[in-house]
Structures are given as structure tokens and as C-alpha cells.
Design a protein around this ligand. Structure first.
Ligand SMILES: *Cc1c(COP(=O)(O)O)cnc(C)c1O
Length: 269
């Protein structure tokens, strides 16, 4: 039973985050999100140093990414690999800026990913693991990966079913260029905090279960869960990475159905 039942989702605030257009806007938004992270940690009795903020820059123009970098961001999350690659090419002069791809990847795009990404959070098939490993070996690179889990049961969400994850993880040591870091999920998109929370609890429980049986070299320390509308709940349930876009960069013009095919624009019914 949670002691913090008062926490609400903030999915209704999405349209209200104003566009960040100056370094000061980014500094202020980052400080505000960090303060919300710290407050959620405090409620949950956690150390804020355990929670990494991954700013998500998808759909935002390169000028915004430059400002985010100037305000201190050193890793950015992008949903689509082509968009991420294009931005990486344009911003290569920012040599300390690293890239995390957080959305579904088609196997035929593994080559693109292997060239530039530091982290991939949506691993969900062995075919993809194999393709990534092969491309990474030939580039002489490695990649931090998270296994994406579908915790909401929605057909529109990518990710493995929870029951398929243990066997999947057992197979991963074969791919030596992939450094398995943990699990990632997108919760149900809902204003009902307790339904959202259940997704996060499921992911944490799955990690505990996997830790009993994980093969040597597979650490599974990380839980990537929570976005602008629900990251405080995710932190209360153990998130070690929160992926936050709109609360830092400003609202996106497109509904989320644009990024996650098949999803309704505001609420899961
Ligand atoms: C866009 C996105 C986020 C961030 O969502 P915001 O509402 O902008 O905070 C997090 N995770 C994934 C997988 C995303 O595609």
C-alpha cells in the first residue's frame, strides 16, 4: 500500500507547457523538473542522486537542442532514429552531447543506430538485438540497452509482454556489444494515478523477479519509467531514469498518437 496516494498524474497539463526559447527558459525548466524529482524522492525516502533526468527533444528544432545543451543537457532522448541521426549530424560539433533513442526501432535501421547512439531504451526482439550487435561490432562500438516492457496491456504499445521478458533476458549475453542496463516502460496514458502507478509497480516487480535468474553480466539496475505527466509517480515506485520532454522543451503541437501509432490523443479509455 502506497503512503503517497495524493500524487496525481499531470497529463492534463501537457498543452500548457510554454515553448522554451531562451537559455534562461531551459535553465528554469530544468531546475523546476529537478526540484519536482527531489520532492518525489523525498516523499519516497530516496536519494535524488539515484534518479537520472533524460531530457527528450523529439520534434523540437535544432535551435532548441542547442539551447538545452547550453543550459547543461549532455544527453538527449529522441523517439525516432532518423530524426535523432539527422540532429546528431547537425550538432556533431557539440562533442560532449550524447544520444539516447527511446522509441521502437525497425531491424533495417539498426545500422543507423549503431553509428551514433549511446543508449537505446526500446529493445524488444532478438532479431533486433542480433542486428544491432552485428552492426555495433563492425563499427567497433557498444550500446547501453533497456528492454522495453508493455506494462499497460494496450495493443498499441510496443514492448515485450512481462511473461516473455525472463527468457528474452536469458538470451542477451550472446550479444556482447549490448550492455544491458535494465527495463523501460510507457505507462498507461491516463489521468487516474492509481492505474498509472500499477504499470510502474509491475516493472519494478519484474526487475526483482529477473534479478533472481539474470545471467552473469546482466545487471538490470535501471528502471526507465515516467514522463512529463507521470514522472513523480514513477519515482515513488522506483524509477532510476525519467524521460521528460514537454516540461523542459514545451508542449508538442502533435498529439502523442503521432509518435505512438494507434494511441488515442489524450486519454486511454
Ligand atoms: C515523448 C516521449 C517521452 C516524453 O514525453 P513528454 O510528455 O514529452 O515528457 C518519454 N518517453 C518516450 C518513449 C517518448 O516517446
Amino acid at each position: 500500500m502506497s503512503t503517497v496516494t495524493g500524487t496525481q498524474t499531470r497529463h492534463d497539463e501537457h498543452g500548457r507547457y510554454p515553448e522554451a526559447t531562451t537559455i534562461e527558459d531551459f535553465r528554469r525548466n530544468l531546475a523546476c523538473v529537478q526540484a519536482r524529482i527531489a520532492a518525489a524522492c523525498y516523499r519516497a525516502g530516496r536519494d535524488p542522486a539515484e534518479v537520472r533526468l533524460l531530457p527528450v527533444s523529439k520534434t523540437k528544432p535544432e535551435v532548441s537542442l542547442r539551447l538545452a545543451h547550453a543550459a547543461g543537457c549532455r544527453m538527449l532522448g529522441e523517439n525516432k532514429v532518423q530524426e535523432a541521426y539527422r540532429k546528431w549530424e547537425t550538432l556533431q560539433h557539440l562533442t560532449d552531447l550524447r544520444w539516447s533513442v527511446i522509441g521502437h526501432l525497425q531491424t533495417n535501421k539498426a545500422k543507423l543506430m549503431a553509428r551514433f547512439a549511446t543508449e537505446f531504451q526500446a529493445l524488444d526482439s532478438l532479431r533486433l538485438a542480433e542486428a544491432l550487435d552485428r552492426r555495433l561490432q563492425s563499427e567497433g562500438r557498444s550500446l547501453d540497452v533497456f528492454v522495453q516492457v508493455n506494462t499497460s496491456g494496450e495493443a498499441s504499445k510496443y514492448g515485450l509482454s512481462p511473461e516473455d521478458v525472463p527468457a528474452f533476458v536469458q538470451a542477451l549475453p550472446a550479444f556482447s556489444a549490448l550492455r544491458v542496463r535494465g527495463l523501460m516502460t510507457l505507462a498507461l496514458f491516463s489521468s487516474e494515478a492509481e492505474r498509472v502507478r500499477r504499470c510502474f509497480i509491475l516493472l519494478r516487480g519484474l526487475r526483482a523477479q529477473l534479478r533472481q535468474s539474470a545471467p552473469a553480466g546482466i545487471a538490470l539496475d535501471e528502471l526507465s519509467m515516467g514522463m512529463s505527466g507521470d514522472f513523480e509517480i514513477a519515482i515513488e515506485e522506483g524509477a532510476t531514469v525519467v524521460r521528460v520532454g514537454q516540461a523542459i522543451f514545451g508542449a508538442r503541437p502533435m498529439p502523442d498518437s503521432h509518435y505512438w501509432p494507434g494511441e488515442s490523443s489524450t486519454e486511454a479509455s
